[in-house]
Design a protein around this ligand. Structure first.
Ligand SMILES: Cc1cc2nc3c(=O)[nH]c(=O)nc-3n(C[C@H](O)[C@H](O)[C@H](O)COP(=O)(O)O)c2cc1C
Length: 387
């Protein structure tokens, strides 16, 4: 199936269009949308144009090596699959498909707190490298409990996401009446009926869609009710003391996600975190927040090589990955691009998204004159348009 589809999809943008054709509108919008006027969402992508590439073809980069050392492992390339909630709504057992794709492509899979399957179910069917993502909850015991479950299930890293303590105002979801689990009212049924391939593949799954890692009520919740319930669990009063609590509790790699300010990045290093993810949650949370790639250089400077700095937000081309690495990122995570692949063709679709970007990165390296990731960082390949 993918071989046939691949003819039409030679870019992440094409995969997005294919996902748009397959998914009901409210489901597509849940992946695609951002907070309020979506400025941050757009700028995450457009900010990559702040820098031009300055190729040096006479470096003779005929052979390229994309391998990426990260926290004691060597990944096949600098692309990781980032944590995204509800993947099981886009494809049956979506999280397991995505995780298997990540393993097949030699990279890390990050499971969202809001996965449809539980972290234990994923761990049972997936032997690859995996990180678990959590929040600071009002009940700190619940945060520790999730971390303990992740430790016992063999997760290698724990991601603490800090930019989601209040749920962003995603107006597409509010207007569409997006609910979890899906509501079977007239409008939703109409939206589903327009996408028979998705509907047929999900017919036995829809009633089971839930946040697997949480105890759930069986009654459908509107986004407003969901936001209220999550809001009742999440604690916006979170401070560095909570990060310290988690650092003391979790024995594996602890990764802080949602850092934009260099001051917070530096403090994370001082507090013993093992890596930082520069991110604004793909523009889904604080609209107006700085584009993550624009925040990257100051964070890299503040961290000064003490821990790996990862980036997500707006990666749609191999040249975006190249630019992030040239600005000092160790690796990048994919949010929407892997979900579009998943929505189109399950595991094969996620592998397709990864392969696409890896091959674009490889080609960019060849044309720019970079042999490996180290030479991207050291090779003076960027010029800012702002100067
Ligand atoms: C549908 C969706 C669900 C997400 N769920 C989570 C989540 O549960 N936890 C989290 O830390 N980030 C979550 N994110 C944010 C991603 O991890 C990532 O920061 C963002 O998508 C990167 O931007 P990109 O989509 O442009 O690649 C989600 C993103 C999307 C699109």
């Amino acid at each position: 199936m993918v071989a046939h589809l691949k003819r039409d999809g030679y870019s992440i943008a094409a995969l997005r269009e294919m996902a748009k054709k397959r998914l009901p509108r409210p489901v597509f919008d849940f992946i695609d949308g951002g907070a309020e006027d979506e400025d941050t969402l757009r700028q995450n992508q457009s900010a990559f144009q702040t820098w031009d590439l300055l190729p040096q073809p006479l470096n003779g980069a005929a052979e390229r090596d994309l391998s990426t050392p990260l926290l004691g492992h060597t990944l096949r390339s600098p692309l990781l699959v980032g944590p995204t909630g509800l993947a099981g709504l886009f494809w049956p057992q979506g999280e397991i498909h995505s995780a298997n794709a990540a393993a097949a492509q030699g990279t890390v899979y990050c499971l969202s707190h809001g996965s449809v399957c539980t972290m234990e179910q994923l761990a049972q069917s997936h032997q690859g490298l995996k990180w678990m993502q959590v929040f600071i909850y009002k009940d700190r015991g619940f945060t520790r409990e999730l971390a303990t479950r992740a430790q016992e299930s063999g997760y290698d890293g724990l991601i603490l996401t800090i930019d989601n303590q209040l749920i962003g105002k995603r107006e597409r979801d509010l207007v569409n009446g997006f609910t979890i689990p899906p509501r079977f009212d007239f409008n939703q049924m109409l939206a589903f009926a327009r996408k028979p391939a998705w509907w047929w593949s999900m017919r036995n799954e829809l009633a089971k869609i839930t946040f697997g890692n949480y105890v759930q009520s069986q009654t459908p919740e509107s986004v407003a009710a969901l936001a209220a319930r999550m809001g009742s669990l999440l604690d916006p009063r979170m401070t560095w003391d909570d990060v310290a609590m988690l650092r003391a509790h979790w024995k594996g790699h602890l990764i802080l996600k949602g850092v934009l300010h260099p001051k917070e990045a530096l403090e994370a290093v001082q507090r013993g975190l093992d890596a930082i993810i520069v991110s604004n949650h793909g523009g889904r949370q604080l609209n107006g927040a700085m584009a993550s790639v624009l925040a990257l250089p100051d964070v890299v400077q503040a961290v000064n090589g003490a821990v790996p700095v990862l980036l997500d937000g707006g990666i749609r081309r191999g040249s975006d990955v190249f630019k992030a690495l040239a600005l000092g990122a160790t690796a990048v995570l994919l949010g929407r691009p892997h979900l579009w692949g998943l929505s189109v063709a399950g595991q094969e679709g996620v592998e397709w998204a990864l392969e696409l970007l890896n091959s674009e990165l490889d080609r960019t390296m060849g044309l720019a004159g970079a042999h490996n990731l180290q030479s991207i960082r050291e090779g003076d390949f960027l010029r800012s348009r702002r100067n």
